[in-house]
Write a protein that binds this ligand. Structure first.
Ligand SMILES: Nc1ncnc2c1ncn2[C@@H]1O[C@H](COP(=O)(O)OP(=O)(O)OP(=O)(O)O)[C@@H](O)[C@H]1O
Ligand SMILES: [Mg+2]
Length: 418
């Protein structure tokens, strides 16, 4: 196996950019996926979270497109935040080669995106919902497209996204390179590969569902009313930044309020927040303005935030494979981290499904019921129950306006909008 980028067939310009990025040597997925991708072959790449799958497709595409004109590459990813993040390495590796890109996501000015597409950027990076809108409006076309990437391929091909992906595929040249990447690949991906890919190189660095190596997992079996006391107790134990997942938007808001009340600098990220609020939450968390970010599964996949010390599953994910993605927000690249999961007795079957996907048990930990922080919050909640006080605004209730579409959860069967 090659252990330097030089041996992968990359140009001197790419090697120079890699030095500037301080990527000393390729990760295993980069070693094995870059050569076939450089040859123009289709690739299905599976490797654990945080192991450099992004550069495994960005580097070969930049090499292939250098010196050429027109929109040649389309990268699709499931969330706005992830598309914006992918734009960073795309910019870093492609700008010095004279290549351009445009970001096409929901929540941002569509007219500006129409203008950007008119310039025929080399790369279009998009969430499916907004790209479909632009296709329908006749503002996007891909006559010369050479490569399509589905990042988080299994999510992109699940029932929620598939109708939009099919609409997009119908607008792309049939002869093209297709690259699929994820830490979890399932039957949807195999079916798609059979129908759409041409003799793909299958690169399986780790089996689908293998969790991040250095994420220390712990499972706490709790009563529902013990979740917030346990959360506060874990946060009080150290200073680590924490990404906290809930199963629904209104629960994210509720946990966010509980953390604010406890004095934590924290933000909340879910699909009912405005684009500005989403941006501000994400940037503040990246920069360390907030120690905690409370989020739904829109933050489960792909997001690469340095030094997330702790992932806390306040609620279990809807889709068991998202457990692997959620805990993969910590222990990325060379880092390590902690992943704590709260589950109630009734959720034993979901835990079993998650453990089947990982082919490993999550170590059980006793709930620290004697911890003073745990006890103080428990007592505070009990006292609040006895004396609810004046009615508070929208406690634990969705603040959606009447007539607003019902919320979209992680595993809806309705089409998603990016
Ligand atoms: N060869 C390399 N050397 C050092 N760092 C690298 C290398 N390749 C990637 N990285 C860094 O590792 C981090 C994780 O990479 P990336 O986000 O591509 O992971 P991923 O495999 O896509 O994870 P996920 O499954 O969560 O999306 C990024 O910060 C990236 O800059
Ligand atoms: Mg990724």
């Amino acid at each position: 196996m090659s252990d330097t980028f030089t041996q992968l067939g990359l140009s001197p310009e790419a090697l120079d950019a890699l030095r500037r990025a301080r990527f000393a040597r390729p990760t295993p997925i980069q070693t094995r996926a870059i050569p076939p991708a450089l040859e123009g072959r289709d690739v299905i790449g599976c490797a654990a979270t945080g192991t450099g799958k992004t550069a495994a497709y960005v580097l070969p595409l930049v090499e292939r497109f250098a010196g050429k004109k027109g929109t040649l590459g389309l990268v699709l990813a499931p969330t706005r935040e992830l598309v914006q993040q992918i734009a960073e390495p795309v910019r870093f590796f492609s700008e010095p080669r004279g290549l351009t890109h445009a970001v096409v996501i929901g929540g941002e000015d569509m007219a500006a995106q129409v203008e950007a597409l008119k310039e025929r950027p080399t790369f279009v990076l998009a969430t499916p919902g907004r790209l479909v809108d632009l296709l329908e409006a006749g503002a996007a076309s891909f006559p010369n497209l050479q490569a399509l990437v589905l990042d988080e391929a299994d999510r992109m091909l699940d029932m929620g996204f598939l109708p939009q992906i099919e609409r997009i595929l119908a607008a792309l040249p049939r002869r093209r390179q297709t690259l699929l990447f994820s830490a979890t690949l399932g039957p949807d991906v195999s079916r798609f590969a059979r129908e759409q890919l041409h003799q793909p190189a299958r690169v399986e660095v780790t089996r689908s569902g293998t969790p991040a190596e250095r994420a220390e997992q712990r499972l706490y079996l709790v009563k529902p009313e013990e979740k917030t006391p346990l959360l506060l107790s874990l946060l009080a134990a150290d200073e680590a930044t924490a990404l906290i997942f809930t199963r629904a938007k209104e629960r994210a808001d509720k946990v966010h309020r509980a953390l604010q009340r406890a004095g934590y600098r924290c933000a909340v990220l879910h699909a009912d927040r405005t684009q500005n609020q989403r941006k501000q939450a994400m940037e503040g968390f990246r920069e360390g303005t907030y120690r905690c970010l409370v989020a739904t599964d829109i933050a489960a996949r792909g997001l690469d935030v340095e030094e997330v010390g702790h992932v806390i599953n306040y609620d279990l994910p809807h889709a068991p494979e998202d457990y692997v993605h959620r805990i993969g927000r910590t222990a990325r690249a060379e880092a390590s981290g902690m992943a704590s999961t709260f589950a109630t007795q009734r959720e034993a079957a979901t835990i079993a499904r998650i453990e089947r996907i990982m082919r490993a048990k999550i170590p059980r930990r006793p709930v620290p019921r004697e911890d003073p922080v745990f006890q103080a919050e428990r007592e505070r909640l009990l006292a609040a129950q006895r004396d609810p006080g004046p009615p508070q605004q929208a406690q634990g209730v969705s603040q959606r306006a009447p007539g607003h579409a019902p919320g979209r959860h992680a595993r809806t069967h309705k089409p998603r909008r990016g």
